[in-house]
Design a protein around this ligand. Structure first.
Ligand SMILES: [Zn+2]
Length: 534
């Protein structure tokens, strides 16, 4: 090729590009949505890929299937989200806003190794200008050029075409349905691996995935700030019912965390004696509890909610003094009454035992009548570092597993030792509750139940949590349900007791009559002797 031909082809190429640049480039709205999502997602996440990949370990190797499924699911969710909001007027501003936020998130993850969660978003909203100034640095320049300016110019240059309203809606719908379908298929097919990485990293894999982290935490902040308005609606719910037979009884409902029945010696566990204290207490009713939801957020309403009515609200509206004492929050399950969190704790940090003084203090004011007390022993047996859930003096079974990466770094022996130490501590806390109740002398019925169990690598499953619609493995479904009372009671014999039956039981113990729900699940009856005793 001669020099002249070279220069000709170069100049024509230049002509083509510069014409295109002036004209902008034409692209359909679905192609733009897809292309924008893929590029933004791929570029931003490849910057910090190492920080994400390291959590998807399996033994010495990489759980590639779970990592790919997680990344594809994240991309699909982002694409679907973008397509949902990408209309003629919003598509460019939204794309630019997401680009700027994603670039900022990518920079802060790279430089400060931060997790982008809802507290981070709240902080950012409340950051003032001087603080922003302090965060700026020269290192930001490449991020600003390549992750903000360049993409913004390209977005502005795009000539995005929209079809007629009907076709546009159909195209968007197809894109949303397909991406959502692929995302769900990816998540369900590799659920165990993704859950393991999520647990081991304390959800860091979500908090570091741009822009899923920004979108999910912004939505969490928005829903939290909207809650006061929504709660006004909750107050409007009319509650009907009455106490048919007044009496003297304190009902204590203690809700545990991730403690599975299988490791309670009371229920026949042989490996170690995990219940030395409860074994010395007579009159315990050991029932086979069944959980249907594998995460605290969804399990608590199984026990504390029926037809969108929370049990503490229902009971307190019947004029029965009600209180919730917690080590970890009950979320909104006790919002109507208000929860009191343990403070002035005995150790450097608070443990489940620090709820007991709150119970004792409450009982000091008890004279007669009905009273309802909910205790959330939310530390319980929650992983991944089981040793964090109990004070050092309960580190009895050794050697333990002290690494969050349980599946790769610890032997089954170590995992069981660590987990059994938490059960030993649950044993102590529940026994303390019973001793406190006995000491105060108020007539009581105590119900202890765990929110769900825990898998310890049975069939390759670790920790807890299953997506909605999937049955829980036996280890997560079978929970201890222990009843102790100082008044005569009879317990309906059943092979299994479901968590929603506890709701019915509490209503029955307080003789609350209501036609708001089917309360036929109640399993504790005050005996005739109990009636005459009051
Ligand atoms: Zn839980």
């Amino acid at each position: 090729m001669h020099l002249r031909e070279w220069s000709y082809s170069f100049s024509s190429m230049y002509q083509f590009i510069s014409n295109g640049w002036k004209r902008g480039f034409r692209v359909s709205h679905t192609r733009f949505s897809l292309g924008f999502a893929v590029l933004l997602y791929a570029v931003c996440n490849s910057v910090n890929a190492d920080k994400l990949i390291k959590w998807f370990r399996l033994g010495d190797g990489l759980d590639l299937a779970a990592l790919c499924a997680f990344l594809v699911a994240g991309l699909c969710l982002f694409t679907g989200f973008f397509a949902l909001l990408a209309h003629r007027l919003t598509i460019k501003p939204l794309a630019i806003l997401l680009t700027i936020l994603s670039a900022a998130a990518t920079y802060f993850i790279a430089k400060y190794n931060v997790a982008i969660d809802s507290s981070m978003v709240r902080n950012t909203i409340h950051t003032d200008i001087t603080e922003v100034g302090q965060l700026l640095s020269l290192q930001m320049i490449p991020y600003v050029i390549f992750l903000v300016l360049l993409p913004t110019v390209i977005i502005l240059k795009a000539d995005i075409t929209f079809r007629s309203s009907a076709r546009y809606l159909l195209d968007s719908l197809v894109l949303i349905v397909v991406t959502l379908g692929v995302a769900l298929a990816c998540l369900y097919s590799n659920y165990n691996g993704i859950l393991r990485a999520g647990n081991v990293s304390s959800k860091y894999i979500v908090y570091s995935l741009v822009p899923i982290n920004i979108i999910s935490s912004s939505m969490a902040v928005a829903s939290k700030s909207l809650r006061p308005w929504l709660r006004r609606d909750a107050k409007a719910i009319e509650i009907t019912g009455h106490v048919s037979a007044p009496g003297d009884l304190v009902v204590v409902l203690a809700i545990g965390e991730s403690s599975r029945k299988k490791n309670f010696s009371l229920y026949g566990y042989q490996r170690r004696n995990t219940n030395p204290e409860l074994q010395t207490i007579s009159g315990l009713h050991l029932l086979n509890g069944i959980a249907r939801r594998g995460s605290t957020l969804y399990a608590l309403p199984q026990i504390l909610e029926k037809n969108e009515i929370k049990l503490p609200m229902m009971v307190s509206r019947m004029g029965i003094p009600t209180a919730c004492y917690v080590n970890y929050t009950l979320y909104d399950n006790c919002a109507a009454v208000g929860e009191i969190t343990a403070s002035h704790c005995r150790h450097e940090k608070c443990y489940d035992e620090d709820v007991v003084p709150l119970l004792e203090n409450d009982l000091k004011s008890y004279g007669s009548g009905y009273r309802f007390l909910v205790l959330h022993l939310g530390g319980g047996s929650h992983g991944p570092i089981y040793g964090d859930r109990h004070p050092p003096e309960f580190l009895r079974f050794q050697p333990t597993c002290d690494d969050a990466d349980i599946a790769s770094k610890c032997t089954p022996e170590q995992v069981y030792n660590s987990y059994d130490n938490t059960i030993l501590y649950v044993d102590h806390v529940v026994a303390e509750i019973i001793r406190t109740l006995d000491r105060r002398g108020a007539p009581y019925v105590l119900i202890y139940v765990s929110d769900h169990g825990e898998s310890l690598m049975e069939n390759g499953v670790m920790f807890h949590g299953m997506p909605p619609g999937m049955a829980l493995p036996q280890e997560q479904a079978e929970v201890p349900l222990i009843v102790k009372s100082s008044v005569p009671i009879t317990i309906a014999p059943r092979a299994e007791y479901l968590q929603p039956d506890i709701f019915d039981t509490v209503l029955a113990l307080f003789s609350i009559q209501t036609d708001m729900f089917d309360a036929s699940g109640a399993f504790i009856q005050k005996s005739a002797a109990g009636e005459s005793a009051r």
